[in-house]
Design a protein around this ligand. Structure first.
Ligand code: C2E
Ligand code: MG
Ligand code: MG
Length: 409
């Protein structure tokens, strides 16, 4: 949480980080590095010690797990975490080769745990720092998923217009021009501090506030899009839709009313449904998504590859866009297996006639890689971070030859 003069800030608290490592020296180095980075670091030397800590009620935001715990198998910690501390973000560490680390990462994901990435041992403090900084939800500036923000504060912030969309460009990989934008929620405090969504989306989801939050995001994003479309008629915007809303039959009408209110055609809206929390395979969810698609709204499966049901969701639900998760894109630079996953996902998406978007493109190397894999669109820091609406509007106003909103829609 940012520190500042605002009196209504949620209580700042360091994120809690657990190091599970049987080697005393490694354990001490990692714990020390984490403490120096501002985390509240705790150490455990074995699965039994980890179990004791969790059973006594300790909970962690981040867990750095050594896969080889002496005679024990570090993988055994994963079901334990999944059961008792499922919100933890896991960093896997080992001297093993990339393939074993990759398989362990997939196992953790299949248990519903979020994996920030894998680090080779010995863990270099700089590598740990880079990994934690790169992962939304593990930065010290957030309070950790759903922990310290009281729901009534969030409710008031939504009513008060403090939840705002910031916009990140999406780039056509063929023409190298801006083809659209994703609206990402920020809690902008009266003092100007902004809070990342990892700190408040889970609070909204767990406290019945996600529908109101999504309504305000839709309203503001469509209003901005309508404004941009006066200059750039092909402009479109993507808004994130929590899978929890797929249990609410009223969501379709609310979306359609907002499109009409702002005079934006359905084809100019993309709804990104997060895959990693699981897209419900229910008649209600199918009906909502199918109705939206029939009306012409675009549907994107977000964070593709991280959930339990990627392929089922793809086949059963009427998505017309796939976003390959940034974890694969990031790893593809060093891992041949991850490169194959990106290629396979992109070719599957193309075969199914979907627009394929690569997330988390941070470098030119990543851009070449995802372009080579057959992705149509790239999104990531290489092209631009999420910025407030007025800044994005200025970027859009650049000469027409530097952006081409019509290229991929
Ligand atoms: P997402 O929808 O997958 O959005 C992409 C996230 O990756 C964003 O984080 C974005 O800032 C970040 N990102 C983009 N390019 C790069 C890059 O090159 N490198 C790295 N390391 N990160 C990059 P952000 O804004 O923190 O959002 C995190 C997640 O919060 C989103 O993931 C989405 O699942 C959720 N979220 C954001 N806004 C909303 C919303 O209005 N409603 C719902 N339900 N969820 C939202
Ligand atoms: Mg998204
Ligand atoms: Mg995503």
């Amino acid at each position: 949480m940012p520190h500042g003069p605002s009196t209504d800030s949620p209580t700042p608290a360091p994120q809690r980080l657990l190091v599970i490592d049987d080697q005393r020296l490694d354990r001490a180095i990692t714990t020390h590095a984490a403490s120096r980075m501002g985390y509240a670091a705790t150490a455990a030397a074995s699965i039994a010690e980890t179990r004791d800590l969790l059973e006594q009620g300790a909970r962690f935001d981040i867990v750095v797990l050594d896969l080889l715990l002496g005679d024990e198998d570090g993988l055994e910690a994963l079901p334990l975490l999944s059961q008792l501390n499922p919100s933890a973000v896991v960093v896997l560490a080992s001297g093993f080769d990339g393939r074993i680390l990759g398989a362990s990462q997939r196992l953790a994901s299949s248990l519903g745990l979020r994996v920030a990435g894998v680090l080779r041992k010995p863990i270099l403090p700089t590598a740990l720092q880079r990994m934690l900084r790169q992962n939304p939800g593990t930065q010290i500036v957030t309070t950790g998923p759903g922990l310290l923000i009281p729901p009534e504060r969030l409710r008031a912030a939504i009513a008060d217009g403090q939840i705002r969309p910031w916009f990140q460009p999406k780039m056509s990989l063929t023409s190298g021009t801006v083809v659209g934008t994703e609206a990402l929620a920020r809690w902008v405090k009266p003092g100007g501090q902004s809070i990342a969504p990892a700190a408040f989306i889970p609070v909204a989801e767990q406290n019945g506030l996600i529908a109101d939050l999504t309504d305000t995001m839709l309203d503001q994003s469509l209003e901005a899009c309508a404004r941009w479309r006066r200059q750039r008629p092909d402009c479109w915007v993507a808004v994130n839709l929590s899978p929890l809303l797929l249990d609410d039959p009223g969501v379709t009408d609310r979306i359609e009313q907002r499109l009409q209110r702002h005079g934006v055609p359905p084809g100019a809206l993309v709804l990104e449904v997060t895959e990693n929390k699981g897209i419900p395979d229910t008649p209600c969810a199918t009906k909502i998504l199918t109705r939206l698609r029939i009306r012409g709204v675009n549907l994107s499966i977000d964070d593709f590859g991280t959930g339990h049901s990627s392929l089922l969701s793809l086949v059963r639900m009427p998505f017309n866009e796939m976003k390959i998760d940034q974890a694969f894109v990031r790893e593809a630079v060093d891992s041949r297996d991850s490169r194959k996953v990106v290629r396979a996902a992109a070719s599957l998406g193309r075969e199914l006639g979907l627009k394929v978007v690569a997330e988390g493109v941070e470098t030119q190397t990543m851009a070449h890689l995802v372009e080579d894999a057959g992705c149509h669109v790239g999104q990531g820091w290489l092209y631009g971070r999420a910025v407030p609406p007025d800044v994005f509007e200025r970027q859009l106003a650049q000469p027409a030859e530097t952006s081409d909103l019509a290229a991929v829609t």
